[in-house]
Design a protein around this ligand. Sequence first.
Ligand SMILES: *Cc1c(COP(=O)(O)O)cnc(C)c1O
Length: 425
Amino acid sequence: MVDKFFRIDKRILSAAEKALEKCAGAFCEIEGICEHNSQKVLAAFIEEGISERHFGTTTGYGYGDDGREALERVFARCMGGEAALIRHNFVSGTHALAVALFGLLRPGDTLLCVTGTPYDTLHKVIGIKKAYPGSLAEFGIKYRQVDRLENGEIDFEGIKKAVCDPSVKVVHVQRSRGYSVMPSVSVEKIVEICKAVKGARPDVAILVDNCYGEFVEKDEPLSVGADLAAGSLIKNPGGGIAKTGGYIAGRADLVERCAHRLTAPGLGGGMGATLGQNRDMFLGLFLAPLVVGNALKTAVFAAALFEGLGYKVSPRYCDFRTDIVQAIYLERPEALVAFCQGIQKGAPVDSFVVPEPWDMPGYEDKVIMASGAFCAGSSIELSADAPLREPYVAFLQGGISFHAAKAGVLLAAQSMLEKGLLKGV
Ligand SMILES: *Cc1c(COP(=O)(O)O)cnc(C)c1O
């Protein structure tokens, strides 16, 4: 491998060369999925007759926004649902998930998480530890969870038992590992979860936290039995182009309940000015399968490189993937910091910034984050986050251009090498 621009050490380049050779099979697989999903999205655009008039804008109430309505139909088709809300008005993925939960649950109901403890930011939404102001708990909505088995597998027997409680109205499934060392949940596993839940309780709604999972596999949770899915547009489905936002997609009756929660009861989904965002949202969605493919190649390459250097990684370069997150066990806090600082050096925006660990609100340990993105906080762009705690794992994700992101990964190794913290060279 040649490096014309970044003064990467020869030993790292040689390890990278070996890593790339190992990636060939996985890259081929990714190409196949990328082609399938790119054509699925194209077919949805064609079926809905997308035209330049859909790129127009509205202000004020946003009544009759053709573009918004068409985008929601296209997106529903892409996700395998009947209807969708895909809007810049969702401030984040957490917001979209919260709207879905508040849309579906009523006082006295129970929310059942079946893939273990949910993503950090949902703890306050649910009110897991205490009835946080505005949380589901404060509204008298109960919470239970089914933990993973000791080997990380889904506890199907536990799910079948827990779902028999008649107060359970929503089952929550988290597809991505998020920032945990739990394995992600494949669409195939989601099929099994849906069968187990619906076999016992056909009336329960299954909500999937689909963050980081969109377009990683050929099928989406909604096309295999889930009722509702939600996620962020500054992750996979925004394709690196959408400037902000989130989505909820799925069964039409449930999406409508969520729409009345997103705006107001009686208003629903027929409002919401798009302020010129329609074209970006369409373009981002169109590119999303390709961009997700680039992020996946970046993750696979990083896995092969760091495994070759002697680090534990999860998933491995040859493992099946259902999300774009790559965990790399760096073993020491200083190594974690050097890794993230190197990723930042390879960012197109703010490459000169040196990230440091800080006390981020809502987290118990200090956290270090590398992100030099066109869209603040975007994690479909190359980024790395790590809580400074055992076993000192860096979570790497994104990479809208594999060729550029590869340099970012090499700079991470280089940054560790320069501090005498890189194994295997
Ligand atoms: C990113 C993410 C969310 C939502 O996070 P936001 O930062 O609010 O967009 C929820 N669940 C999982 C698994 C995630 O990865």
